[in-house]
Structures are given as C-alpha cells and as structure tokens.
Design a protein around this ligand. Sequence first.
Ligand code: NAD
Length: 482
Amino acid sequence: MESRYLLNHIGGQWRPPESGQTRPNINPGDLADRVGDFAESGGADVDLAVEAAAAAFPAWKALGPIKRAEYLRTVERLIEERAEDFARAITREQGKLLKEARGEVRRALAILDFTAGEARRLNGETTPAEEPRTFSYTFRSPLGVVGLITPWNFPLAIPMWKVAPALLSGCTAVFKPSPFTPLSGALLTEAFADAGLPTGVLNLVQGDVAAGQALVADERVTGISFTGSLPVGLAIHTAGAPRLLRTQLELGGKNAVLVLADADLDKAVQATVFGAFGQSGQRCSATSRVVVDVRVKEEFLARLVERVAALKVGIGADAGADIGPVVSEARMKACLDAIRTAQEGGAKVAVGGGRHTEGVPDGCYVQPTVLCDVPWDSEIAQEEIFGPVLSVIDCDGFDDAMRISNSVRYGMSGTIFTSDMSRAFEALERFEAGMLHVNRPGVGAYAHLPHMGSKMSQFGPPECSPQVWDFYTEWKSACITY
Ligand code: NAD
C-alpha cells in the first residue's frame, strides 16, 4: 500500500494530521494483518480542509454542471480501471466477501453514471408573472461547503452517493470516512485527484468523533450529509440546530420480512437468508426480523435453519465462503451480547449463536444465527444489531404481521411474501418504512431510486435519485421586468 494513503488530502496535497497522531486499521478477517496506521485528525485539520473547500467554491460553482460532470465521467473510467484494487481494499479493511466488494464497486460506478447524466437535468421552472413584461423563474443554487460523514459498511458506495452529487451540484466538500475504512476513502479521493479535479473541491480528513464534531461545528459548512447510527445522527442534528444547519441523516434500521400463510416458502427462505446474512448482516436495510404466520412457521423455520446451517463462514478473499467476518471486535462482541440478552428474554437459538473459529484466521467471525420464539417487543426484536443475527417472530394473520412490522422506531425497509396481490398492495400502503419489496429480498437499491427511510431511519431529502438535489442545492426565485 502506498504510504500517502495514510494521510489526509487537503487543498490538493497529501499531508499528515497536524497533531501527528495515527490510528491502526486492522483486517477484521485476520487480526494479524495490520492494513496501516492512518491519520487521526482533529479540529486543526478540519479547519484547513474547510478553508480549502471554501476557497475553491466560487470557481467550482461558476463552472456549471455540464463541465463538472466531465470530472465524474473521468472518475468513472478510472474506477473501472482500478476496480480490482478497490474491491481488494474494501475486503481487506472491511471484511466483506470479495464478490460483495466487487458488487459495491459496480454500484459506485452506477452512481457516477447516473449522477453525471443528471447534469443536463438540473432544471428549474418558469412561472407566470403578476405584472406585464415580467419574466419569473426558479433555479437551483449549490449549498456551499458540505461535510460528508460516512460509515464503514459500504466504504466506497456510500461516500460515492454523497461525493458525486455534492460535486455535480456545485458544492465543494470535506469528506470524513469511517475510521474503520480509511483506505477506501483514500482511494476514492485519489481517483478524483487523478481526474484533475481543481484543488480544494474535494478534501479528505481521516479520523473519528473529534474530526466529525469539528466539521459539524464549523460555521463555514452549510450542510452535513451523514450516514451512520441513530445516536450520532441525533447528536449531529442537535449540534447544528442553533445555526439551522441543513442535515441529511441516513440512519439505522430494524427491517422485517413478513411471510404470510400463502407465501412461496422456498422463495421466502432464500430471500431471508440473502437479506439477513449477506454482507454479514451489516446493511441498513438488512433483514433483522422475519415475521411468520403461525400456520407455516414450523415448515419455514425448518427450511431456514437447514439453509443457514449450510452457510460457509470464511475470510473475504475465500471464494468458497458465503459469509465473512463482521467489521471489528467491538461489533462481534455487540452481536454476541445481543444473542445472550435475547436468550435471557426467552428467545431460543435455532442455529448458530456463538463466535466462529473453525477454519478461519483469528478474526471477528460470528456464526450466522437464527433466534426463534422471539417476543415481538423484546430488545432483540426492537433494536438494531447490525450483524448476522436474525429473529423469527410469530404472527397470526396479515393484520398481526403489519402491527409487528410497524412496532419499531425505525422504518428503513419493509418486505412481504404472499401470493395475494391485493394483500401485497395493502401492505405497501401500510408499511411504515421507506424502501418496500414484494416477493423479493428486502435489500438492494438502484442509483436512480431514492434511498429513503421513515420514522427514525432518516431525516432530510433522500440520497440517490433526482431527489438528492434538494439537499445539495437551494431553490431561488427570480423576477425580471423588461
Ligand atoms: P457511527 O454512527 O458510529 O459512525 C458513522 C460516522 O460518524 C463515522 O465516520 C464516525 O467517525 C462519525 N462520527 C461518530 N461520532 C460523531 C459525532 N459525534 N459527530 C460527527 N461524526 C461522528 O456508525 P457506523 O458504526 O460507522 O455505521 C453503522 C450504522 O450506520 C448503523 O446504525 C447503520 O444502520 C447505519 N447505516 C445507515 C445507512 C442508511 O443509508 N440509512 C447505510 C449504512 C449504514
């Protein structure tokens, strides 16, 4: 790995943090593999980065979206060329399977493709005027300097769905990746630098809470786009409220798959396994609860357990593995603690339930776990786990399934399996969630569909889709008398 990747990238320069402090980045699939010691930044680094972004803003704004899109097209070509380097870096520092990492790279490319194409559609409206000889219209204006704070679960795709629209809209940005995935952040930043992006338009500040807090507190920053946990999202929103900071918060989930008595059980099992255990369950839209009608519960559970017991746990680079490690020792401990608490609350382990150690390096491996007889209102059924732990909850008919599905404070995704299409349409209306699926896995999204949640899963305009411009731009109206 190139040593410059350990640094920040501010005003077009790779530079160490002002404090000289670093933080180790460890491969969660093999704790003996130290990826590197990355910059641990603080307020002084954020100050420099915001200064660079503010200086770059007027010229970048003046360039216009069509010229700005050319940079995104160049980045798209560069990432296509470097796709395997990106995928291997993601797998090494985040742990996900190589095939999942390759899928993430393809997703980042789709986001660039979609966003660059939007350059020719950043339209306003012409409106009638009240006076004669007057022309009135609306147009979008970039917000200014934005802070982009991202998690570790999609270390390329999530930053890309913030950086690409931020830059296309004419904003300049300070990007702070998760401290668990700094290498992916550095590679992304390098691709933009190699595309010839003007100095200061995109700045990279590595680090954790101190850097994030400094970015939120900086009064030159006019918007924060954040993806991460609910408590941190609330802290950011609260810290920015006194100055009416615009925030876009993409938060946690506690997503349910509903399996009605008339469902195709094989399809439902397959989709549940993919939604719950893909990416080791570390997706905001991951299937965390499966709510099954008591009439088919025994049959569903038997088929589910058989499938989950057959999943091969392995390091991300193992082509034969079905599920990789979780991201860190802390996450592994949180999963194991949640399983213990669930058992104390009456849930039973149907399969898994512990740490996985066989045939893998010393790493953060949790056995894919299915808990059954889970009370719908217990902690495990209400709180996000973010790991390969699935709760099976009994229900009695459609209304009961909807009630349980909507009983949580989150509202990211909602999924139903039924062969009754009028039930399915009714469920789509009743789900208190933003991303809905019928007879298919509850995960997966397109670059052109809004990525959105209800209730405590999201605040502000959604990401992806043309709706994203409502975060990165502000509307203006103009009247001209001639
Ligand atoms: P996290 O909230 O711990 O951290 C997210 C980011 O915020 C990191 O970059 C972190 O350094 C930074 N941060 C931490 N404290 C901060 C503070 N006080 N001020 C400013 N920045 C701060 O989340 P995580 O563990 O990295 O990611 C997992 C969480 O992300 C889960 O809750 C998951 O559901 C959520 N997530 C949501 C989506 C979505 O689209 N809704 C997508 C992926 C992940």
